[in-house]
Design a binder for this molecule. Structure first.
Ligand code: OGA
Ligand code: NI
Length: 342
């Protein structure tokens, strides 16, 4: 640990004991080259309004990627670069302030903000190699004042970012709707509640011992992630961890548990994690697009028939979340929503 007052918990030559995961969780091939097999979809080619009677290439690509990988990246998504870089800059300032404030003998006392729970930072007494902030975003006007007021631009910049994210997420949900053959606007009532979760993963002296985020499924409908062209995100595909390619200015989109349920498992919610890096700092902004708490989540009627019976039981989203607390925030399992065998 360096002596100066500004030293931070992660500026250590060795990984502290309480950041070392048991062998079972430790990543193996952290240095494997970024694999670009996660589909990259160009949204600029979708110039026509959706629902004009025949599928457009991007709709088909999104559908296929959501079936095969549960993950894809979008480019030419229409979000102005400045809105995104402003958000990344203000979050960098926020985390710089936080980690200076919390630096003491190595382990920060408080790392996070509203909505963060201990499972966001540790598992079985072992800390994750990250800092995190989470806060609600819906309705925007009612939430903004709950967010950090330092840095002073935080609220304004993040609100402007989220307005763009809301537009992009409803556009993507419309395309998914079309792909599934659901009527347009199917998700209008369910897709409003957004939760922002931003992460800072500092370089780590030994990435083979630590994890940024444990393997987990997202309990959302969809998640939109900006990762600023950095590496570290891995997705489980056919029993192997696959790196999500670092594409500057792209958004990573993944199917969450709720959409797997609504699609009657046509689309997949896939396990993912974040590994650390010896020399790269990773910053990410995840926006979870969640159903409203009272909403009933069940397979869409039109996707259920004799050949493809419903795989999941209906459940209010808030009950689902409650039930899954038992699994810990980052290992939320979809199993509890499966139709019981009995
Ligand atoms: C998440 C997540 C990935 C990242 O917050 O659920 O998977 O890169 N984040 O921060
Ligand atoms: Ni996730």
């Amino acid at each position: 640990m360096k002596e100066d007052k500004d030293s931070r918990w992660f500026e250590l030559e060795r990984v502290p004991k309480d950041y070392i995961f048991s062998k079972e969780y430790r990543p193996q091939n952290v240095d494997s080259p970024a694999c670009n097999s996660i589909p990259v979809i160009d949204l600029a080619i979708t110039t026509k309004p959706v629902n004009i009677g025949h599928s457009q290439p991007a709709v088909e690509e999104i559908f296929k990627a959501s079936q095969d990988f549960g993950f894809f990246q979008v480019i030419n998504h229409g979000i102005p670069e400045k809105k995104v870089t402003d958000a990344m800059d203000v979050l960098k300032e926020f985390f710089d302030m936080q980690s200076k404030e919390t630096a003491t003998g190595g382990i920060p006392r408080k790392r996070g903000y509203i909505y963060t729970s201990s499972t966001d930072f540790m598992k079985d007494g072992v800390y994750l190699w990250r800092e995190n902030i989470k806060h609600p975003c819906h309705p925007l006007e009612e939430c903004v004042h709950l967010w950090p007021d330092q840095p002073t631009r935080y609220q304004e910049v993040i609100a402007a970012y989220l307005v763009e994210i809301q537009k992009l997420s409803s556009r993507i949900l419309d395309m998914i709707c079309e792909g599934l053959g659901l009527k347009q606007g199917y998700f209008k009532d369910t897709s409003e509640v957004q939760l922002l979760s931003s992460n800072f993963y500092p370089p780590c002296p030994d990435p083979t011992l630590t994890l940024g985020i444990l393997p987990h499924y997202d309990p959302s409908l969809i998640t939109l992630l900006y990762q600023g062209g950095s590496t570290g995100l891995q997705v489980m595909k056919d029993g192997q961890w696959v790196n999500v390619g670092a594409i500057p200015n792209a958004f990573v989109v993944n199917i969450g548990n709720q959409l797997e349920i609504i699609s009657n498992r046509k689309l997949k919610s896939v396990k993912h994690r974040v590994v650390t890096s010896a020399n790269e700092t990773r910053r990410s902004i995840a926006t979870f697009v969640n159903p409203s708490p009272d909403c009933i989540i069940e397979p869409a009627k039109i996707l259920v028939n004799e050949l493809e019976p419903s795989v999941y039981t209906a459940s209010q989203y808030k009950d689902y979340v409650q039930r899954n607390k038992a699994f810990g925030d980052y290992t939320t399992a979809i199993q509890s929503a499966l139709q019981s065998e009995s």
